[in-house]
Design a protein around this ligand. Structure first.
Ligand code: HEC
Ligand code: HEC
Length: 280
């Protein structure tokens, strides 16, 4: 796959180079950026700071829900406590279908409902990158499932996109917003199902060390949503957690990961968000 990548030099000078990106490089860009995998799969030290010596070896938090109690799994290549023994197909199946090699389903906190849309190339790139990260031994408490699990997939995201789809800026923006699982947090939940008729309307509550936050309306509504924000306002909120009025947003949105996206990718996200029907 040949792509144009924008390299920012240390001096901050923009240089544009055409180069062939390897699958590991593409996987690195996706996993360490828009996909925020590390946000759920890396241990944190004091103050919630990610422990960079143990990246991807298991998440800090336990999700204790009526239907399951799980923690972010160790997804490093460690054979005993990670996914070192899984085949490439095993990893792909876990990502896009939420099924483990043993056949059991994963709790939908792992956003696999949003990963069915991955292009074949991106899915392969993610696997290649996961295989390249250092193996870390860290046994994570095994999952407990208490009832049948269900998973929600946004309309239009139920099958892989093609490279050709991604050439259209709005389609590409939809792809990125889906795999970034933005709408998993920014769509209301009704009876524990995502209400996609109100896509982007916000209203879910998140509790954590930061206190309590509620996801906001990111539809194109001019007052209730972000319809009146400039492109730069929207990009700043996504990458720095700063609102149009200058106030700071709180977690759990993964601003630091999203900040690693290229400006072109952010631009396509904005282009797509502008098409999300206004809701209030
Ligand atoms: C919102 C949090 C979250 C995000 C984002 C997330 N995961 Fe997960 N993931 C989980 C949780 C929680 C589990 C364990 C689920 C269970 O045990 O049922 C899991 C399980 C997995 C598993 C199965 C491993 C095992 O041993 O069971 C793999 C592989 C995986 N995730 C890879 C990824 C990759 C790659 C990404 C980024 C593309 C990612 N995850 C993004 C929360 C997340
Ligand atoms: C894990 C949940 C989660 C994910 C994923 C997430 N967000 Fe958010 N987002 C939130 C929460 C919660 C807030 C409000 C935080 C606060 O008020 O302090 C927020 C705030 C925002 C805001 C500010 C809106 C306003 O009116 O202030 C924008 C814009 C936004 N998110 C866009 C996005 C986009 C685009 C993505 C995907 C690239 C995304 N979010 C992914 C939870 C999430």
């Amino acid at each position: 796959m040949t792509t144009i990548s924008i390299l920012v030099s240390v001096a901050g000078i923009l240089s544009v180079t055409a180069q062939a990106e390897t699958p590991v490089e593409r996987g690195h860009y996706l996993v360490e950026g828009v996909l925020t995998c590390g946000n759920c799969h890396s241990p944190r030290g004091p103050g919630g700071v990610i422990d960079s010596t143990k990246l991807y070896s298991g998440g800090p938090q336990t999700w204790d829900e009526p239907t399951f109690t799980v923690r972010g799994a160790n997804i490093t290549p460690d054979a005993a406590s990670g996914i070192g023994k899984w085949s490439d197909d095993d990893i792909k199946k876990a990502l896009s279908e939420g099924i483990r090699p043993s056949g059991g389903p994963l709790a939908p906190i792992m956003p696999y409902g949003f990963y069915k849309i991955f292009t074949t190339g991106d899915l392969e790139a993610i696997v290649a990158y996961l295989r390249s990260v250092p193996a870390v031994s860290n046994a994570v408490q095994p999952p407990i499932y208490k009832a049948a699990l269900h998973v929600d997939t946004p309309p239009g995201a139920d099958k892989p996109m093609t490279e050709a789809d991604l050439r259209d800026p709005v389609r590409h923006g939809f792809y990125l917003v889906t795999v970034a699982h933005c709408m998993e947090c920014h769509t209301p939940r009704v009876n524990d199902r995502l209400d996609f008729a109100n896509l982007g309307k916000g209203g879910q509550t998140f509790r954590g060390p930061w206190g309590e936050t509620m996801s906001r309306n990111i539809t194109s509504h001019p007052e209730k949503g972000i319809g009146a924000w400039s492109d730069d306002d929207i990009k700043r909120a996504i990458t720095q957690g700063i609102r149009k009025d200058g106030s700071h947003l709180k977690p759990p949105m993964g601003f630091a990961w999203y900040a690693r996206m290229t400006d072109a990718d952010l631009g396509d996200i904005v282009a797509y968000l502008r098409t999300v029907p206004a809701r209030e």
